[in-house]
Ligand binder design. Sequence first.
Ligand SMILES: [Zn+2]
Ligand SMILES: [Zn+2]
Ligand SMILES: [Zn+2]
Length: 357
Amino acid sequence: MPQETVGYVELEWTCVHCGTKNEGTRQTCSGCGAPMSDSQKFQQAGQETLITDKDLLAKAEQGPDIHCPYCGTRNPAGTAKCTHCGGDLTGATAREHGEVLGALKSEPQPEVKCGFCGTMNPADAKRCRKCFSPLGSAPAPAPAAATPAPSRKIGILPIAVIAVLVVACIALFALMTRTSDTTGTVNAVSWQRSIDVLQPQPVSHQNWRDQIPSGAQIGACTREVRRTQDNPAPGAQKVCGTPYTIDQGNGLGKVVQDCRYNIPDDYCRYTTVEWVRVNAVVARGNDLKPVWPTVNTSSSQRAGSQTESYQVTFIAGDKTYTYSPRSAQEYARFTPGSHWTLQVNSLGGVNTVARAQ
Ligand SMILES: [Zn+2]
Ligand SMILES: [Zn+2]
Ligand SMILES: [Zn+2]
């Protein structure tokens, strides 16, 4: 997802020795003078404001600060000799950077209470406005990338329902596959054949404008998001996520947001003329000679799809069984009065039939 820079903000750090909160760009504590060590982390200020100062902006893009290998003092990127001890900074390691600190705190934050005198102070104050005590706080814990969703407990009830359904399915399968053979005599046969009658009629649909077949009559259209992409396009609508602050390693934070582009398009109703089933002609009989019905279509009509179904009734002792042959060829074999071996399942259905010896 493309990342867009919103601007830069100043971070802060809390002195481990005296608890004073310091501006990110300060290299030594304003309370006790201790230098910021490389193990101390920057945190977001209570309220973050985008900086406009040109020097600060230039520093923000300079890269992470480096720590002097001799005295530990923070030095700006590219410094040749330590500003504190004059040590050679060639090969000094750069501060860690690039960590996402959290969503930009642009909204006014609640005031902070001074731990010494109880005075309320603005969220971004470093010292109490009354007693000048440091308003330090423990460095904020690194923001979790995502709060793990509480593990969803599957209730006992759904499991019980599923178990019952599984048992029911197995039982049904057993009943349908457990068969017994019986001899039946063909008592009656019947067939039905039908042919659909089609006629051109207007049918309405919806689709994107460029997907509508030519010749269709286009009705009302609405603008809808057809797809989302990373790159801008004419007419595209930019959608950005919440801005968040990234540690630059030099006391400043880069504020970025992830943006994508919604591409709108016309989604339209349209009408096309299609062959629609308006009627069906049916032929039925109780013999072994099925025929297709005659379709007398008008000039605007035509014959559509054909369907056929066959049924044979057997008598076996005092029971009656029905069987549906799958084709006209199979149906033709069931001469009334002929004897057949029926494989009957526990539900009374006929699984297979075979001519009796
Ligand atoms: Zn300090
Ligand atoms: Zn040094
Ligand atoms: Zn105070």
